[in-house]
Every structure is written in structure tokens, then in C-alpha cells.
Design a protein around this ligand. Sequence first.
Ligand code: SF4
Ligand code: SF4
Length: 401
Amino acid sequence: MEMATITENRSFTETFYASLQELPDGERIRTCLQCGTCSGVCPFGYVMDFPPSRMIAALRANMFDRVTTSDTVWMCVSCYACTQVCPSKIPLTPGLLARTKEELLLAGEVPAELQDALANSQRYGNPLGESPRRRADWAKGIEPEVTIMARARRPVDVLWFVGDYGSYHPRVQHVSRALAKVLNALEVDFGILGSEENSDGDSQRLAGERGLFEMLAEKNGRAFRKYQFNEIITGDPHAYNALKNEYPALGIAYPVRHYTQFLVERLDQLKPLLKRELKAKIAYHDPCYLGRANGVYDEPRALLSAIPGVELVEMSHHRATSLCCGGGGGGMWLDGFQWEKARVRLSEWRVREAVAVEADILAVACPYEPPRFEDAVKVVPGAERLVVKDIVELLVEAMDL
Ligand code: SF4
Ligand code: SF4
């Protein structure tokens, strides 16, 4: 009986190991040094039964079933910190971690709150379970009117992929309205997909739902093909990552930029409009999927530095070592589960860092962040005066729009 179990475990581990090596750069997993740097840098490594280096040790020992019978891989927020530091350049986040979550999903071992977000994404095209018909409601009343592609039926220069939280979350809708104002002030010819936009699917992919990701990407691809535009912009680093790095393999390839990259190119036009001094000490939080995953560090800082009266300060974790807000890779939909395990939120650690450098404003550039950090501000001692703003909201304040 015991022999049969060992044989079964071996064959599961061997099949899983082989599947990892078929992924891009997957064969690098054989070069692991067991240095433990990945597990050391992982913000939740201390609560994981199997942080990345131990997962690889279990693979080598033909005991990977021990990893998939533990639920602590759901503590992984796909922040790319382990992948960034690995001296063997093993693609841990999109490979080992995402594939392990896929195994747990297949076995039905999924925290209920994540299951709900995935089911909503399948049914409604967004993890919040909102009606697709309400996707452009945030834009009502903006003047000049925001162009919705299906209604306008004309080519535009820029297609703005608004994203799930920018479309539906009441706090992040403010950020979308701010970006619309700035684009209008710069006379950018832009349009949005409205009800034809679906979730970019990247966080679902990194939470192990590759099939769902492909379904959502194909729906977006069909919508893109209906219209003429020169490039896509987005305020969502997760959408940016998907459109830039993942969609092309599915035959959906368009030039794409995060809005900070797009606006920094127009700084000469923007600067004369930034008339109001903000007189504030600002700490910028690098989002994982803008910074670590895609190397965009300078553009957000250049925009903030262009605002009169701003003093930029750096928190102890910044640029490549930035600390995750806890929302990536499904973390946005695992708050209850992760709180039960860790009794701390990553967003609270980050807010403490902003307080430590005496920042007045914590500036962000990802739609997951304003609600997470504003919740953290309410509970971190000394953070009462800290204001959380997206960069584009600060631009609007400085433009006095
Ligand atoms: S950092 Fe890379 S080489 Fe070191 S233990 Fe982790 S996976 Fe292995
Ligand atoms: S991606 Fe981030 S949270 Fe996940 S294992 Fe790596 S360091 Fe930890």
C-alpha cells in the first residue's frame, strides 16, 4: 500500500516537474542553487509552509504532493520579488507559483472569496460581478464627452483600456475621471470600449486560471479588432503587463503604454498647465507590475517632480525592491484568507514606511492601491494625516481643473 502511494507521488511530481520545464525559461528550474534568497525576500514567506525554495526542494525529492496538500501557496501575491532576486533567473512567479495554484484550482482547493471572483470573471467579464452594461457609467457627465467606440464608429488615436477597478470601484472611478480630464486638457483623441471591454485577466492567470485568462483575452482581442486606433493606454499595470507580455502569444498584439509613459512624453505640453503649487512631501509606491515586472520606474517620478512644490522622498523599499500592496495575483480577492494566516496586511507595512519618511502623500499608479492603502491608513498609528492619491489625481489638482 505504502509502495503504491510513493509511486503515485513520484508520478505526480514527475509530470508536474516536466510541465514546468515546458514553460518559457522553465528548464532553468533545474539550476536552482537552494540559496533561499527567494524565500527570504518573499513578503509572506514566513507564513508559507512551502516558500519557493522549499517547493523546489520538494520537487527534487519527489514529494511535491506535500506542497499541493498545503493551502499556503494562496499567500503568494505574485509580486515578482522572488523572481527578481533569483540568481539563476528562474521564472518563479509566472511558472512555479502560477502552475502550483493551477493544480490547487483543479483539485477544487480554492478559498471561497477567490472562487467568487473567478466565477464573476467568467460570468460577467469582471471579478467584481458588475454588469457589463455599467462599465462606462463612471464617464457620465464628463465634458467633453468620453468617446465610446461602438457609438462613435470612427478611428481614434488612442484606445484607453480602463480596466475593472477603474470602471467599477467608486474610489478608483475618481482616478478614471481624473485621467479623462488630463487627456482632454492635452487634446488627446481617445476612446474607450465601454461594455465591450472585459477584464484583462492577468491576475486571474497568476491565480492559476490560465483558461479563464485566455477566454477574457480573446474577448478583448475581438473588441480591439473591430476598431481603428494607433495605440492602447491603460492606468492598470496588470492590464499593461497582460497586453504587453501575454496577449501577443495569443495573436493579440498592439502597442501599449501605461498612462505615466504616455504623459511623460507630453511633459512639455503638460508643464505649463501645472500652475498650482502642492507644497507636499510625496512618497511614490512602485506597483509590482509597472516596476519590477516591466521596469517602469522613472516616468512616474518624472511626472511627480514636474508638479510645483513637490518634494519626492523614497521609502526604504522602492524601485526594484518595492513592497507589494498585497493585491496582485488574486491577493485582491484573498484578503480574508490572508488575514487569517498572517494577521497583518502588506498594505499596512507599506503605509508604515510612508509614515517613517514623514510623507504627506502616498502616490500610486495602480487601481488596486487607493482602496487598499486608504484602508491601511485608518489602522496604522501615526498615519492619520497621510493622503493616498493616484499620480493623475495630483496632476489634476496642480492643473486646478
Ligand atoms: S533564489 Fe533562485 S536559486 Fe535561490 S533558492 Fe530561490 S529559486 Fe533557487
Ligand atoms: S511572487 Fe511574491 S508573494 Fe509570491 S512567492 Fe514570490 S515573493 Fe512570495
